[in-house]
Ligand binder design. Structure first.
Ligand code: ADP
Ligand code: ASP
Ligand code: MG
Length: 412
C-alpha cells in the first residue's frame, strides 16, 4: 500500500473514452489498496482554444482575466474524471486548485506555488476516496485564480507529492517515458530506464517538454520519487534519479533536446564601454522578455556587436523595445532573425570526457549545417542553427552519438 500522486496529461484525457479508460486504470490501482491523488490537465487542445478566445477579445489579454479563462479547462476534466470513477464504483471527488489550498504568488500566467494545505486531501483519503485535483492552477493570497505556465500540471503533481510526502509521483503521458530525443522527431529514439535530475533539468530547460522545468526543480529539492510513464501501455517508464543508476556507464551524451521557436537580435556597432550590456538588456527585462543566449563579440574600432536570443513569441516586442531605446543605448543598427532554433546535447558523462564538442561541430559541418551561436555548460552543449535544418541536426546528432544503440557495460 502506497500513497501515489498520478498525473494524466492532455492527450490522455482528450476524449470521453480516454477519460473512462483512465478511470479504469485508477480503479485498478485503488483495488490494490493504494491511496490515490490524481492530477489532470485540460483535454488536449483546450488550453490553446481558451487562450485563442482571450486573444480574440484583447490583443494582450489582461493577465488576471486570462487566468480565469485558462483555469476552466482543468475544471472540466476533474469533474468528468470524478464522474467516470464514481461510475466504476470507485468513490472520488473533484477539486480545483483553490479548493485544496494550492497557494501561489500573484504572477498571473506564470505563478509559483508557495504552499499547499493538505488537510482537505487527507480527509478525503481517510474517507477512502480518490482525490481528483485540477492541475496548472492555484490561488494567490487575495483569492485570485492563477495559472502556473504551460505544462504546469506536472508541477502541481510534484508539489502535491512533496506536501503529502507521497511514495511516488507518476507522470502519465502519451509516450513511454523520457527518450534519448523527442520520439516524434527521431524514430529511433530509445526510452531511458533512468535519468538524473541534473540531466532532466537541462533537458526541460532546453526545450524537451515532457516535464515542466519547475516540476523537476521541485522534485529535486523535496526529494520526490518521480517517474514518467505511458498512460495506456504497461511499460517500465523512466525514473528520475539523484545519481546515475547501476553498473551501466551512461553514454557520454544521454539525449538531444531542441527548442524550435527561437529568435535572435543582433545589436550592431554599439560603443565598447562598461555598462553597455546592461543598457541593452535593461529595457528588455523591463518589458518582461526572457533572454536566453547572449554573445558579445570582440570589439573592432571601439564598437562591438551584441547578440541575444529570445523566444520567438517575444521577437517583435524585443525588436521594438530596442528600437525605442536606440538613442539611449547608442545603437546604429539592429538585425533580427526569427527563423532559428536551438539544438542541444545533454549528458552527465560529458563532464569527464574530452572531444564531445568537436564531435558535435564536425557532425553538423558534415551535414552542411552552419552554427550561428554556441553555448556550453558542464553537462550540455547548445548551438543555434537555421530552423530549416532542425530535424536534420537532431537526427544526425542522435546517430553520431550512437543514441539509438543499447547502452554498453562499463569497460566493455
Ligand atoms: P502531456 O500533455 O501529457 O503533459 P506533453 O505534450 O506536455 O504531454 O509532453 C509529452 C511530449 O513531450 C511527447 O509527446 C513528446 O513529443 C515530447 N518530448 C519532447 N522531448 C521528449 C523526450 N526526450 N522524451 C519523451 N518525450 C519528449
Ligand atoms: N493545460 C495546461 C497546458 O496545456 C497545463 C498542462 O497541461 O500541464 O499547458
Ligand atoms: Mg505536459
Amino acid at each position: 500500500m502506497a500513497l501515489l500522486v498520478q498525473k494524466f496529461g492532455g492527450t490522455s484525457v482528450g476524449t470521453i473514452e480516454r477519460i473512462k479508460a483512465i478511470a479504469n486504470k485508477i480503479q485498478e490501482f485503488k483495488a490494490q489498496g493504494h491511496d490515490l491523488v490524481v492530477v489532470v490537465s485540460a483535454m488536449s487542445g483546450e488550453t490553446n482554444r481558451l487562450a485563442e478566445l482571450a486573444h480574440q477579445m484583447q490583443d494582450a489579454p489582461t493577465p488576471r482575466e486570462l487566468d480565469v479563462i485558462l483555469s476552466t479547462g482543468e475544471q472540466v476534466t476533474v469533474a468528468l474524471l470524478a464522474m467516470a470513477l464514481n461510475q466504476c464504483k470507485c468513490p472520488a471527488r473533484s477539486y480545483t486548485g483553490g479548493q485544496v489550498s494550492i497557494r501561489t504568488d500573484s504572477q498571473h500566467n506564470n505563478a509559483r506555488i508557495e504552499s499547499v494545505d493538505t488537510r482537505v486531501i487527507r480527509e478525503e483519503l481517510d474517507a477512502g476516496r480518490v482525490v481528483v485535483i485540477a492541475g496548472f492552477q492555484g490561488v494567490d493570497q487575495d483569492g485570485n485564480i492563477t495559472t502556473l505556465g504551460r505544462g504546469g500540471s506536472d508541477t502541481t503533481a510534484v508539489a502535491l507529492a512533496a506536501a503529502l510526502e507521497a511514495d511516488e509521483c507518476q507522470i502519465y503521458t502519451d509516450v513511454g517515458g523520457v527518450y534519448t530525443a523527442d520520439p516524434r522527431v527521431v524514430e529511433s529514439a530509445r526510452r531511458l530506464d533512468s535519468i538524473t535530475f541534473d540531466e532532466m533539468l537541462e533537458m526541460a530547460s532546453l526545450g524537451s517538454k515532457v516535464l515542466q522545468i519547475r516540476a523537476v526543480e521541485f522534485a529535486g529539492k523535496y526529494d520526490v520519487a518521480l517517474s514518467v510513464r505511458h498512460s495506456f501501455e504497461k511499460t517500465m517508464g523512466t525514473l528520475i534519479t539523484m545519481e546515475q543508476q547501476g553498473e551501466m556507464e551512461r553514454a557520454t551524451v544521454s539525449s538531444i533536446a531542441f527548442n524550435r521557436y527561437e529568435a535572435k537580435l543582433i545589436v550592431k556597432g554599439i560603443p565598447d564601454i562598461p555598462g553597455v550590456a546592461s543598457r541593452v538588456l535593461k529595457p528588455i527585462s523591463k518589458a518582461n522578455i526572457e533572454v536566453d543566449m547572449i554573445v558579445q563579440n570582440v570589439a573592432d574600432d571601439k564598437t562591438t556587436d551584441f547578440t541575444f536570443t529570445v523566444h520567438r513569441n517575444d521577437f517583435q516586442k524585443a525588436m521594438s523595445v530596442i528600437g525605442q531605446s536606440s538613442d539611449e543605448i547608442g545603437v546604429h543598427e539592429v538585425e533580427g532573425d526569427n527563423q532559428i532554433s536551438k539544438v542541444s546535447i545533454v549528458g552527465v558523462g560529458m563532464r569527464s570526457r574530452a572531444g564531445v564538442a568537436s564531435r558535435m561541430f564536425e557532425t553538423l559541418a558534415q551535414a552542411g549545417i552552419n552554427i550561428q551561436i554556441i553555448s556550453t555548460s558542464e553537462i550540455k552543449i547548445s548551438v543555434v542553427i537555421a530552423e530549416k535544418y532542425l530535424e536534420l541536426a537532431v537526427r544526425t546528432l542522435h546517430s553520431a552519438f550512437e543514441l539509438d544503440k543499447e547502452l554498453v557495460l562499463d569497460g566493455a
